[in-house]
Design a protein around this ligand. Structure first.
Ligand SMILES: [Fe+2]
Length: 288
């Protein structure tokens, strides 16, 4: 249950942001990832903290160091894009931080911690217009998304965004509101995947603990594992289409059915998000 995780949000590159300060610290964090059951990770530095063109070479350097150190973690390049920075990146730069196969590329977009959801929506629209799917990083930490019956979050989900819940949020590292929001996402079937958003020893990966916490809260164990393993893996392999079609009632390209007023549940793989019909049973997670 607690092996084979895929971590699509981790600050692993050395010396670029508030993650590891040097390569030794990167290797230490990579070791923590492996100990946490993670086999594949995407290095997602804050995009504004480095020249995006350097990411492939920096990731290659990390992978070479991992091989030399005998640490069994495979790292792919990516980036955590701040909402305010979405319109500033060139087409080539967006490609360098995107994941997935051609035709189903997607980008990790940070839900702003200052709660600027109008800017978030605009950034997500910009990415969709450019042909990218959107994975929202830690929406549970952006509290305005949860106001008025999650109106802001529902807007994004209906347009095809996936919600990446951080394991640290579920464990309470970011406060009671973020934890409550994380539980709400899981309970309502709104979570598309779990990721660590780890930064190093002081903020380590915690997927194993979060999976256990989700199970203790009542989430089906296989569903909890899928959030940490199968769905993020499918995102890398099968990708995520921008789903703007949902706004006019057509079936989104990722396989989601038109909105029937119910919750959202990831299906067999993460790129297929189906809606739960009104009145259908949702995961029996108890919010607390
Ligand atoms: Fe992050």
């Amino acid at each position: 249950m607690q092996r084979g995780f895929v971590d699509l949000h981790v600050h692993l590159l050395p010396g670029v942001d508030d993650g590891p300060r040097d390569l030794d610290a990167t290797l230490e964090l990579a070791g923590l990832e492996v100990a946490d059951g993670i086999v594949t990770a995407t290095a997602t530095p804050h995009v504004a903290s480095l020249d995006v063109a350097e990411i492939p070479a920096r990731v290659a350097e990390v992978n070479a160091a991992l091989r030399d150190a005998g640490i069994p973690l495979t790292v792919e390049g990516g980036g955590e894009l701040a909402a305010r920075g979405a319109a500033r990146l060139s087409a080539d730069e967006l490609e360098l931080i995107a994941h997935g196969p051609a035709g189903a590329r997607w980008i990790l977009l940070e839900a702003p911690l200052d709660g600027s959801i109008a800017i978030l929506h605009s950034a997500a629209d910009t990415l969709r217009d450019a042909g990218y799917g959107v994975v929202l990083a830690h929406p549970e930490r952006c509290h305005p998304l949860f106001e008025r019956e999650m109106q802001g979050l529902r807007r994004e989900l209906e347009l095809g965004s996936l919600a990446q819940v951080s394991s640290s949020s579920l464990l309470g590292l970011h406060g009671i509101r973020a934890r409550r929001n994380a539980v709400r996402l899981l309970a309502g079937g709104h979570a598309g995947l779990m990721a660590s958003d780890a930064h190093g020893r002081r903020r380590p990966p915690s997927m194993t603990a979060a999976l256990a916490a989700a199970c203790e809260l009542g989430l089906d164990p296989l569903e909890a594992r899928a959030l940490c393993a199968e769905r993020p893996r499918a995102l890398l392999i099968e990708g995520l289409c921008p789903c703007g079609q949902a706004s006019d009632g057509a079936a989104p390209a990722n396989g989601a059915a038109p909105d029937a007023g119910g919750g959202y549940v990831a299906g067999r793989d993460v790129s297929v998000v189906r809606r739960v019909a009104p009145g259908a049973a949702a995961p029996s997670l108890t919010s607390r």
